[in-house]
Design a binder for this molecule. Structure first.
Ligand code: CAA
Length: 267
């Protein structure tokens, strides 16, 4: 593991070695006193760290995590409580979230404890969620007189369907990792003691794949959320054909034929 960068106050940023391929970038929220409430400073730092990893040729996959008690208990209520509608419109604090969606490398949320409100929305903005058994997911905004504002009504509905999203958002109740697994929101539920190691192992496995193909695959999957099936299939096919221009495609196929391990160039 390489050292965390000292230029962040609300997150801890590290790079994890990966004998099988590129490194894993890890971002850990570091506001434990407020259950990692996502204030404006933290979201700015998160985006800066994500963009840094996206440009870093040593990194193949990114993990976002919290601590045992909370991944994140939502947007920082104390920071929002005194704002007017016009204040919220002017500072447009959720605009930064759109930029998270533009990160090209795969991003895994490794969750534990509370994953509420903006925390749940942030986990859904990631590409996969690996959840500790004790994770509690919820969109409790309704209980404080608002609604999800960072994608909850849209991403949750697409992920688990209208009826379940309605129940979750209209009651504000918390749901277990198992319930969310059954609903299709998350890709794995793992023991509390090893959830981060499991997420890191998954990230290392992904980071050992050819980087350009990874990015094209992610991009094509995300297309499924905002296009028709015809448009999506067309997009996928173009991306597939485009990969035939990459060195890694030639290396991958030659390595298969020559019965050896491929050596990726990321080109
Ligand atoms: N914002 C700011 N501070 C928060 C916070 C949040 N979202 N969640 C927890 N905290 C703070 C608490 O105020 C408390 O601070 P103090 O010690 O200074 O009082 C500290 O974290 C510990 O919290 P609790 O004492 O409440 O811990 P608990 O174990 O009793 O309860 C909890 C845990 C059920 C998660 C409870 O803290 C809670 O309900 N938090 C708010 C959850 C929420 O409503 N999230 C949605 C926010 S709005 C949003 O996210 C909008 C959006 O769409 C982006």
């Amino acid at each position: 593991m390489s050292n965390s960068t000292p230029s962040f106050k609300t997150i801890i940023v590290t790079k994890l070695d990966n004998p099988a391929g590129l490194k894993v970038g890890q971002i850990q929220f570091n506001r434990p006193d407020v259950l990692n409430a996502l204030n404006i400073e933290l979201m700015g730092e998160l985006l800066r760290a994500l963009k840094g990893f996206d440009k870093d040729n040593e990194v193949g996959c990114v993990i976002i995590t919290g601590n045992a008690k909370a991944f994140a208990a939502g947007a920082d209520i104390k920071e929002m409580a005194t704002q007017s509608a016009i204040d919220m419109h002017i500072r447009d604090q959720f605009a930064v979230w759109d930029k998270i969606r533009k990160i090209k490398k795969p991003v895994i949320a490794a969750t534990s404890g509370f994953v509420l409100g903006g925390g749940c929305e942030l986990s859904m903005a990631c590409d996969m969620i690996v959840a500790a058994e004790s994770t509690k997911f919820g969109q409790p905004e309704i209980k404080i007189g608002i609604i999800p504002g960072a994608g909850g009504t849209q991403r949750l509905t697409r992920a688990i369907g209208k009826a379940r999203a309605m129940e979750m958002i209209l009651t504000g109740r918390m749901y277990t990792a198992r319930e969310m697994f059954d609903a299709g929101l998350i890709s794995r539920v793992v023991d509390d003691e090893v959830f981060l190691e499991e997420a890191q192992a998954l990230a290392r496995e992904i980071a050992s794949m050819p980087p350009i193909a990874l990015q094209m695959a992610k991009d094509a999957i995300l297309k499924a959320f905002d296009t028709t099936i015809e448009g999506g299939l067309e997009y996928e096919r173009k991306a597939f054909y485009l990969l035939f221009a990459s060195d890694d495609m030639k290396e991958g196929m030659n390595a298969f034929i020559e019965k050896r391990k491929p050596l990726w160039k990321g080109k």
